[in-house]
Design a protein around this ligand. Structure first.
Ligand SMILES: Cc1ncc(C[n+]2csc(CCOP(=O)(O)OP(=O)(O)O)c2C)c(N)n1
Ligand SMILES: [Mg+2]
Length: 801
């Protein structure tokens, strides 16, 4: 492993006065964040006796780094992700910077107060990236940097600058981190800086072994530039002094556990004894010499003087990392968890809290006025002046022109021509190829896929808009005719990622926040094989939690993908789509529906206040588009379109037919089977309506909203929204059958709307290879199964009566 040789620092070195003023800021941050946690746990009345928590040690670990960042290094336009457990430290910094009202300092982890982990959407101060699930907040800025680079290359102007992540060292255990580090698409992003808070502690333990060297090698191997802030200036001076090489060897070779134990030894003489207790006599002699000039009282301070707590050294390394322009940079900042607190370096300090007595001592040590414990630094003090200049440096400049795509710029219709029989996946591909003709929309739409662009029908779009790369790729077979033009170039509008669904959803999320993070509005649309939505689920949840607006197609879905077999057949994804907040789930049947839904999904992405993300679950199953003609004529195009978006429509309306009534709700591409079943039932004298549930999510939301209204006001008129159109009053006692190429549970709420017997059909086992009809029969969602279910549903009504 070769570390990059130190290069001349780009920024000016820190003067002694600046260092002293920054130290004042650091001390104030340490106090305020520790006191915020102390207040939440020990002073604020605890109504239910549950543990509040708040991580004083994790916050203290990054105090020097945060000070260096916010009060020296960062500038306007920099976007920063903060490790989850440093939330109090982050809020303390925002308080000093004037971005957080003082009254919030006593509200950590309180309802409507400061969130336990930084939250973009719920914290009152400006959080760039939500964090909490370790590993995800680490990589978010990398994809935001890619969105920024993309925007810069397409629009020339962004208000973002550098993307910084402050990461706990145990976050590097998460596989998603390495999926991102190795991702080809992020290569060359010179404005990404990761700072690893290397305290060698996680939640339960001191991390064993010499992992730092291994981790550095992994980054370097992936093309990242690696820097370290290992030893502070006092320790470095001792290591460079007489016999200093022995001291360096002793500390370099100590295991993490031994080093943590050494720095906890309070008594200087005992620390000297343990530090020099090595077997080899010559080595021992040199060691004794190396620390002879350090007084017992100072020895602990010198031995624990790590680079992550040394402001001048840290700032110098940050400047070096900043000077890198051709690759992401990572800084390994060696720290002590709980630095500056009596719990420093204790292996069990993750959740430890200081006692009142310890807090009193800390307050006096840090020079805090006991009568004004929340005071910020006075404006006319050296620390106060540092804060004021930071405030100026961090003042944001909006872009000259608002980049938000207006909904009025979206075409009303795409007028795409679809074949007589086609699938929803092909429908999406054709619609996207058509959208490429609408310049304003094309400019803001960016597609992405984890190595499945062609197999999810993005080729038409790609042929018209190109593949994105930060630099033009060499073309080796120019001139030969090609079905697919794949010439990566900065003007391209499709981003091809490696096979990492985590990266896909992280990228979708950050591109989906591009308007907020870079000033340039982008509408990201991703395609992913539907079963692998689950593989990127954590990143999907993360992106939604952070407020991103995006569109993705899970395609192909279900056992309808018949010969492909069980490993590729999704079952539980409709429930995921239905249950996740801030995303609306659709499962269309016809290509026209796809067109309407796509335009609606884009409209939602333009609405930064109330818009939702959209999940389209699609299929490769060809469906006779003629089956839509009758409802189109009966309902009328504009109204049908409204109903498709609202969650469903009556695909087969038997209200004019005689006989017992049953309502068949069908999710997406099972519609042909449901229609066939309805015809079979009609010959038995049963009037089976087929309701195409384009969005079980929208229908369930209608139900929830109605019930909530009823809970508030029992006498209020029941309003079930669109459901009332789907089931007219005369049919509200009719039993229901639901059919889904997915787990049956997802639609099983429908019976509860009007309290009728219901038989849900779906795929409740893992799939397998086979012809489509064989599989439908096997799992029980074919027309015969639907007929049987309808009979049973009618029987249930009678039994009940
Ligand atoms: C995905 C995930 N798994 C588990 C946790 C629980 N957890 C919270 S902090 C932590 C250890 C973090 O260690 P590190 O990143 O080194 O931060 P430090 O506490 O040392 O500052 C764990 C396992 C989590 N927040 N997220
Ligand atoms: Mg740690």
């Amino acid at each position: 492993m070769s570390l990059k040789a130190p290069i001349a620092s780009d920024g000016p070195a820190l003067t002694a006065e600046e260092e002293s003023a920054l130290k004042d800021v650091e001390k104030r941050l340490l106090w305020i964040s520790s006191q915020m946690i102390h207040h939440a746990n020990n002073i604020r009345p605890n109504t239910d006796g549950s543990k509040v928590g708040g991580h004083q040690a994790s916050s203290a670990s990054v105090m020097t780094i945060l000070t260096a960042l916010y009060f020296h290094f960062l500038k306007a336009g920099d976007r920063v992700s903060i490790k989850p457990h440093a939330s109090p430290a982050f809020h303390a910094a925002q308080y000093l910077l004037g971005n957080l009202d003082r009254r919030y300092l006593t509200t950590l982890r309180e309802f409507k107060g400061l969130q336990s982990y930084p939250s973009r959407t719920k914290d009152p101060d400006p959080v760039d990236f939500s964090t909490g699930s370790v590993g995800l907040g680490a990589v978010a800025p990398v994809f935001a940097a890619l969105a920024s680079k993309y925007s810069e290359l397409h629009f020339g102007d962004v208000n973002s600058r550098r993307f910084v992540a402050l990461i706990g060292d145990a976050e590097l255990d998460e596989g998603n981190v390495w999926e991102t580090v190795a991702e080809e698409a992020i290569r060359g992003l010179g404005n990404v800086i990761w700072i690893i808070d290397l305290n060698r502690q996680s939640l339960d333990r001191v991390i064993p072994g010499v992992r730092a060297a291994h981790l550095k090698a992994l980054f370097a191997g992936a093309g990242w530039r690696v820097f370290e802030a290992k030893y502070g200036s006092r320790l470095t001076a001792a290591m460079n002094g007489p016999h200093g090489a022995a001291l360096r060897r002793r500390i370099d070779e100590a295991s993490n556990e031994e080093y943590q134990a050494l720095i906890r030894v309070q008594d200087g003489a005992e620390l000297r004894r343990r530090l020099t207790a090595v077997a080899d006599a010559t080595y021992r002699k040199s060691l004794v010499e190396s620390v002879r000039h350090i007084l017992d009282d100072h020895l602990r301070e010198v031995v624990s003087n790590l680079g992550g707590h040394d402001l001048p050294g840290l700032i110098d390394v940050l400047n070096q990392a900043d000077a890198v322009v051709d690759a992401p940079a990572v800084v390994f900042a060696y720290t002590i968890k709980g630095y500056g607190l009596p719990i420093a370096g204790d292996p069990l300090n993750h959740s430890q809290l200081l006692s009142q007595k310890q807090m009193d001592t800390l307050r006096d040590e840090l020079g805090i006025d006991p009568n004004d414990i929340w005071a910020a630094l006075p404006d006319d003090s050296p620390g106060g002046r540092v804060v004021r200049s930071a405030v100026e440096r961090l003042r944001e400049q909006p872009l000259e022109h608002d980049s938000l795509l207006k909904t009025s710029s979206l075409p009303d219709s795409l007028d795409t021509r679809h074949p007589a029989s086609t699938s929803t996946q092909e429908g999406l591909g054709r619609c996207l190829a058509r959208i490429a003709d609408f310049e304003e929309v094309r400019n803001r739409l960016v597609t992405m896929s984890p190595d499945v662009a062609t197999s999810t029908h993005l080729s038409g779009w790609i042929n018209k808009t190109g593949v994105f790369a930060q630099e033009t790729a060499a073309e080796y077979d120019a001139g030969s005719p090609k079905m697919l033009k794949w010439n990566p170039d900065p003007s391209g509008r499709h981003i091809e990622l490696g096979i990492s669904e985590m990266n896909l959803f992280m990228a979708l999320g950050q591109f989906g926040l591009s308007y907020e993070l870079t000033g340039q509005h982008l509408i990201p649309l991703g395609t992913v094989y539907d079963p692998f939505v689950c593989r990127g689920l954590d990143a999907l949840i993360y992106s939604l939690y952070g407020g991103a607006r995006m569109i993705f197609a899970g395609t192909p879905a279900g056992v309808s993908l018949s010969p492909e077999g069980g490993a590729h057949q999704s079952t539980i994804t409709p429930s995921i789509g239905l249950e996740l907040p801030d995303v609306v789930f659709y499962e269309p049947t016809f290509a026209r529906e796809v067109e309407w839904l796509l335009l609606e999904a884009m409209r939602q992405c333009c609405d930064r206040q109330h818009g939702l993300s959209t999940y389209l679950r699609l299929s490769t199953k060809p469906v006779d588009q003629g089956l839509m003609t009758e409802p189109l004529t009966r309902i009328g195009e504009a109204e049908l379109r409204r109903q498709v978006i609202a969650g469903g429509y009556r695909l087969v309306d038997r209200s004019g037919d005689r006989g017992e009534v049953v309502n068949i709700f069908v999710g997406g591409i099972m519609a042909p089977e449901a229609i066939r079943a309805s015809e079979m039932l009609l010959s038995e004298g049963i009037a089976a309506n087929v309701i195409n549930a384009t969005s079980i999510d929208r229908l369930y939301t209608d139900l929830r909203v109605a019930r909530k209204m009823q809970l508030k006001n029992a006498s209020a008129q029941l309003n079930l929204g669109h459901v009332e159109t789907l089931i007219p009053p005369s049919e509200r006692r009719a039993p229901i059958v639901s059919v889904l190429d997915g787990a049956s549970h997802a639609m099983s709420f429908l019976g509860g709307i009007y309290g009728v017997p219901m038989v849900p059909l779906g795929v409740d086992q893992f799939g397998q290879s086979g012809a489509r009809d064989d599989l439908y029969r096997y799992v029980g969602i074919d027309a015969d199964a639907i007929v049987n279910a309808a009979m049973l549903a009618l029987d249930l009504v009678e039994t009940r009566a």
